[in-house]
Design a protein around this ligand. Structure first.
Ligand SMILES: NC(=O)c1ccc[n+]([C@@H]2O[C@H](COP(=O)([O-])OP(=O)(O)OC[C@H]3O[C@@H](n4cnc5c(N)ncnc54)[C@H](OP(=O)(O)O)[C@@H]3O)[C@@H](O)[C@H]2O)c1
Length: 262
């Protein structure tokens, strides 16, 4: 099966990030390895990990053993804020654990506690990109003001801001603030932030003969927001990737948006 037709967003440097990714937080050890292998088999071509998740070795092994070419899988990992000052050493450890020469996206996992470190860390991220250790660099859990501080200091926007997102957290203005700055919004915890028995979601799911979980993921994609659902359950891994056979109309999108505060 060819998955090259999956929708992508374009990051600086003409790097394409698949809008559907696979989350791996709390997917560790053999379970994590099997989950990533199942995800690649189900068609995901984007895997989200982090130094903090303690599963980079398993993620790397699954990617290698999938038989896919390195360039056909988009890999994200993240710098824990307590590694501030040891950025280069940390990405080198990630690359060793993953068994790759570069990651596609490297994110600052959370803003550093010391706000004085905000810009120095960002400069280190950019340096790692310039050294070809990451094709693109970005942030996670940053406010718009923090993103503006990075842009002001370096004239380089983070490629991505990965933040908690879902219908109940929908915020039109926050989304627009990212778009206006050329920052791709990547949502995390799409299910943990959602009541999957919400009547709006079950009604729309029924109309398309899909599940509310699939509606939630499709809603992200139709907003051009990256979604990275996590599962270690083979049927859910497959179902969460089976979202390309339908799309939501404008009225359905508005009804789901209205679950948030827009
Ligand atoms: N940057 C950050 O600070 C940050 C923070 C949190 C998460 N993340 C990233 O985002 C990813 C996703 O977020 P998350 O793991 O917090 O939560 P999530 O993807 O919203 O939810 C995962 C939970 O939902 C269950 N689930 C999966 N598919 C389902 C379905 N179709 N129907 C019902 N339940 C389903 C999973 O169960 P099973 O696994 O048992 O199937 C698991 O308990 C993470 O794995 C991680 O990669 C990043």
């Amino acid at each position: 099966m060819d998955h090259s037709d999956h929708p992508t967003a374009v990051l600086p440097g003409d790097v394409r990030i698949p809008l559907l990714g696979f989350g791996t937080w709390q997917a560790t050890g053999e379970e994590g390895y099997k989950a990533v292998l199942a995800a690649l088999d189900a068609g995901y071509r984007h895997i989200d990990t982090a130094t903090m998740y303690g599963n980079e070795e398993e993620v790397g092994r699954a990617i290698r053993e999938s038989g896919l070419r390195r360039e056909d899988v988009f890999i994200t990992t993240k710098l824990p804020p307590e590694r501030v000052g040891r950025e280069r050493e940390t990405i080198e450890e990630s690359l060793r654990a993953l068994g790759v020469d570069y990651v596609d996206l490297w994110l600052v996992h959370w803003p550093p506690n010391d706000s004085g470190a905000l810009i120095p860390v960002w400069r280190e991220m950019l340096a790692a990109r310039d050294a070809n250790l990451a094709r693109a660099v970005g942030v996670s859990n940053y406010s718009t003001a923090q993103i503006d501080a990075l842009i002001q200091a370096t004239e380089e926007n983070p490629a991505v801001n990965q933040i908690k997102w879902g219908p109940r957290l929908y915020d039109r203005q926050r989304h627009a603030e990212h778009r206006d700055r050329g920052v791709v919004l990547e949502g995390y915890s799409p299910f943990k932030t959602t009541d999957l028995s919400d009547p709006v979601l079950t009604r729309i799911a029924g109309a398309h003969n899909v599940s509310p979980a699939q509606v939630v993921l499709r809603w992200h994609l139709d907003h051009e927001i990256v979604a990275i659902p996590k599962s270690v359950t083979p049927e859910r891994i497959r179902a969460n990737a089976d979202i390309f056979g339908f799309s939501l109309n404008a009225e359905e999108m508005r009804d789901i948006d209205a679950l948030g505060n827009s």
